[in-house]
Write a protein that binds this ligand. Sequence first.
Ligand SMILES: [Zn+2]
Length: 310
Amino acid sequence: MLQEATHAGRATRHLLAVPETDIALPYTRIDGTQKGPILLITGGVHGGEYPGIEAAIRFAQDLDPSRLKGRVYVIHMTNPPAFYGKSQYIVPLDGKNLNRVFPGSATGSVSERMAHVVSELAQSSDFWVDLHGGDIHEALVPFTIYSDGGSPEIVEQSRKMAEAYGIAHILESSSVAGGTYAYGASVGIPAILTESGQMGQLDEEAVEVHLRGLENILRVLGMVADPLGEIPPSTIYRKFVWSRALQEGLFYRSIVPGQWVHAGDIGGVLKNAYGDILAEIAVPQDGLVLFTATSLAINADDPLFAVAAE
Ligand SMILES: [Zn+2]
């Protein structure tokens, strides 16, 4: 109780220590002066997705506690080893994708331990927004994902958050592969993952998409008095296919994010180092290209592109 009194109306800085590692996740706790929901915001679960990290930092700096009802936790950088290692997809210390190991484990590998401490903070929160921004060799059109798992109420609340965020393309996912938002939904926390940014760039427009989205989340959850303004119309996609490389090679893409494509169109070719074609990768369904790999270098099982349909 004493702790609550000292936090009210203040923003305080903390480190979330990852047990038995030298890793600590910098976060800000912002407490309003009135009671209300607890919102968790995570930036940089993927270390090379800079707009989400920058948005987390600026949102935490700029949020005025006197206009807030409830509490916000902002983890500015959820994956420091991948950030400072300039690593795409994986944590360099154990080769795992942090967004595939939730809820993690207190006794597991480094990625699992990081996921574990974040999961604990999530469990003491009521809502969760996980900020992403296309990886280092990934081009993408902004989109928001939520899970179709959990109770109908959780799905409905997650969808409302996704719509309020303001990005026009929304995916309702049935994946349960250890991702933040799917884990959140599975333990009763409405959650969204928002993608704005690409190709290892710190792009101001992409940061602003996140900042506007986070302000809208405060409004739709009633954590600030300001009403939710008009939200641009969005489309919900329930069918999306990630096309992956079956072997390593050099990838030459022929489609770009935001483009509408048809099943059977060639999305790109994989060549060997002599320039011979190893495979032509066909688009799996009619729909919208969400992202493509942009690196020439491709390893077996790397994602090449994803196509979404309603
Ligand atoms: Zn990501």
